[in-house]
Design a protein around this ligand. Structure first.
Ligand SMILES: Nc1ncnc2c1ncn2[C@@H]1O[C@H](COP(=O)(O)OP(=O)(O)O)[C@@H](O)[C@H]1O
Ligand SMILES: [Mg+2]
Length: 173
């Protein structure tokens, strides 16, 4: 990650809250955008994708693409949804799918995208979801940190902050 990247910290309080945050971000999405969804199992990467997809006008249910390389959904923009949790998924994406995928129209969301970061262009929005450490935080809270990497997303940093203002923890550093 670039050291000059701006981090925008936010907090959500329920699965629907995460979906709404994702929906707000989807309003800013453009064809060619890449989002890396980072976080442990159960952190909310698929939940985020569901909200993002809904805001693009996609009515199909969005689930983790566990047994296919990428799921494609048709909305205001095409949405390509990938999950590279398993090693075979990583190698498949690196060996076969990636150049074609990066060349295609639409927005790409990659769960566990940090696992293939070195093979991706240095132009993406990282969305890191984490559980809140310690008690008594309710289990339905998540910290969501947005990091725009590269000029494509850094140019939209102010718009990103405005889009998720209601969830923001503190002003961007
Ligand atoms: N604030 C929250 N944001 C997202 N998911 C949440 C939140 N609070 C609870 N959850 C629950 O956590 C789980 C997240 O699952 P999922 O989105 O599949 O995670 P991942 O794709 O990161 O493995 C879901 O069961 C969801 O209902
Ligand atoms: Mg998932």
């Amino acid at each position: 990650m670039r050291p000059d990247a701006t981090m925008i910290p936010a907090r959500t309080r329920s699965p629907d809250d995460t979906r709404e945050l994702a929906a707000s971000l989807a309003e800013l999405a453009q064809s060619g955008d890449l989002l890396l969804l980072v976080g442990d199992l159960g952190a909310g990467k698929t939940t985020f994708t569901q909200g993002f997809a809904a805001a693009l006008g996609i009515s199909e249910p969005v689930t983790s693409p566990t047994f296919t390389l990428a799921r494609e959904y048709d909305g205001r923009l095409l949405l390509h949804h990938l999950d590279v949790f398993r090693l075979d998924q990583i190698s498949e994406v690196l060996d076969l799918g990636l150049p074609e995928l990066l060349d295609s129209d639409g927005v790409i969301l990659i769960e566990w995208g940090d696992a293939i970061r070195q093979a991706l262009p240095n132009d993406y929005l990282e969305v890191a979801l984490t559980f809140i450490e310690g008690q008594p935080s309710p289990p339905d809270e998540r910290i969501v940190v947005l990091t725009p990497v590269g000029s494509r997303w850094q140019a939209r940093a102010d718009d990103l902050a405005a889009a998720i203002e209601q969830w923001m923890e503190s002003p961007p550093c």
